[in-house]
Design a protein around this ligand. Structure first.
Ligand SMILES: [Zn+2]
Ligand SMILES: [Zn+2]
Length: 428
């Protein structure tokens, strides 16, 4: 959208963004005559499932700081959430207090939230005793409904995402290197983590609203399918980051071990890089899907002939399996100097059973990677927006979370459940 308007610094507005912000001064102050949209209009627009940034593109600066709901004011406010109260109890409605909106905070009306296997691990206590009630959810996409006075990155009406973390110290060497996930003073994860601001624990995206400092919110470009974008906030960055770090190049051979929520996104991202992709799965029914997503081939772990044929084949293996398993058969598939990156199993790798001799003989590496920094998360979202990459999702209602957990554990989802809060709000 071209603009004739000028900002205060007179440098002009970006002509590439539908939301017009001056590249030089960040100003959006211009005369348009458009009024702030009503709450109903905002929700109606949000309910389309597509970004509607142009509707809000010309909002005045004063309108941006005005809360759109009496519930979002100077103090903490309640929001409806769905929590697990034990490892086995079904999810039930719960009310959490969101913090008062600080100067750098944004309030996000959650529209979609993916169900990640980490949510299940946490609720089941696989990684240590959880702080029940747990409100999981770290694949969040929603509409910004209020912003603090010092917020620069967002305005009311923008679409924003929140991934796996909501805070870090911002000062340590890792934070300064855009690796907030490795903060030396402790990353604050999106749920079931000590909340340095409130003093309690964090509550995630299985809720209607979330308050987060703008640095930890991701801009979602206009035109993306919001439900199918939500899983990119965890599954996307988790598989994109190792491809960046190990510099996966066009023509290189990459194997994706396990094809669930993370694995199917890994296939799409690796195919986009023109790598030669092979899926290694336990599910015969996923072979056709892997090919449809662009994999050169998909083989079963139990296919001894294929495993023998692929010996010494791969530059990089990305393991998305969420539990420990025998890794040595896959180490055999690596070339000299190849690396197997584990991104799925964060518990003890008790079943790995690796041969030190084989590892040394082939100078092979076992490594790990966990999500990615905020800048890299924005990068993967922009990368996917430019290439029309999104997750394959199945929408559910909040009252179906418990059944969805069971189906994920039983490998019965193709390929990510996403909780649809937008449809319930559409009828508001
Ligand atoms: Zn996750
Ligand atoms: Zn830090």
């Amino acid at each position: 959208m071209q603009s004739q308007a000028r900002c205060k610094c007179r440098s002009g507005f970006s002509s590439t963004q539908e939301v017009q912000v001056c590249k030089q001064c960040g100003d959006d102050d211009h005369e348009s005559g458009l009024a702030e949209p009503s709450r109903r209009a905002l929700l109606k627009a949000a309910g389309t499932g597509l970004a509607a940034a142009p509707l809000f593109g010309a909002m005045s600066a004063s309108a941006q700081t005005r809360p759109v709901s009496p519930a979002v004011g100077a103090g903490p406010f309640p929001t409806r959430a769905w929590s697990a109260n034990s490892a086995t109890a079904p999810f039930s409605p719960f009310s959490v207090q969101r913090r008062a909106v600080g100067a750098k905070d944004v309030v996000i009306d959650v529209l979609y939230c993916g169900i990640c296997h980490s949510d299940i691990h946490t609720v089941h206590g696989d990684w240590g005793a959880p702080n029940y009630p747990v409100v999981p959810g770290h694949e969040i996409v929603g509409r910004v409904v209020a912003v603090g006075s010092a917020v620069k990155k967002f305005r009311v009406g923008d679409v924003a995402g929140v991934g796996c973390m909501v805070d870090s110290c911002g000062e340590c060497e890792n934070c300064l290197a855009d690796r907030e996930q490795n903060c030396l003073k402790g990353t604050t994860f999106t749920y079931d983590a000590p909340d340095k601001v409130s003093g309690g624990v964090t509550y995630g995206g299985y809720s209607e609203r979330i308050v987060v400092t703008e640095h930890f919110a991701i801009r979602i470009p206009p035109g993306m399918d919001l439900a199918a974008t939500a899983p990119l906030l965890c599954a996307g960055i988790t598989t994109f980051s190792p491809m960046q770090h190990w510099r996966l190049q066009s023509g290189q051979r990459v194997g994706v071990i396990g094809m669930g929520g993370l694995g199917h996104v890994a296939v799409k991202l690796a195919v986009a890089r023109r790598a030669e992709v092979t899926v290694l799965t336990t599910s015969p029914s996923k072979i056709a899907d892997a090919r449809r997503m662009g994999a050169r081939e998909a083989v079963l772990w139990s296919d001894a002939d294929a495993m023998k044929r692929l010996a010494g084949h791969f530059d990089l293996l990305i393991s998305t399996v969420p539990v420990s398993y025998r890794m040595q058969p896959f180490f055999e598939l690596l070339k000299l100097d190849g690396t197997l990156v584990n991104v799925g199993a964060l518990g003890t790798l008790s079943e790995a059973d690796l041969s030190g001799m084989a590892m040394g003989f082939g100078r092979k590496s076992l490594s790990g990677s966990m999500i990615g920094g905020i800048a890299e998360t924005q990068e993967v979202i922009d990368y996917c927006a430019a290439r029309n990459i999104a997750a394959d999702v199945e929408l559910i209602q909040p009252n179906q979370i418990s059944q969805a957990f069971e189906r994920v554990v039983n490998k019965g989802v193709r390929y990510r459940f996403v909780i649809d809060f937008a449809s319930t709000k559409r009828s508001v």
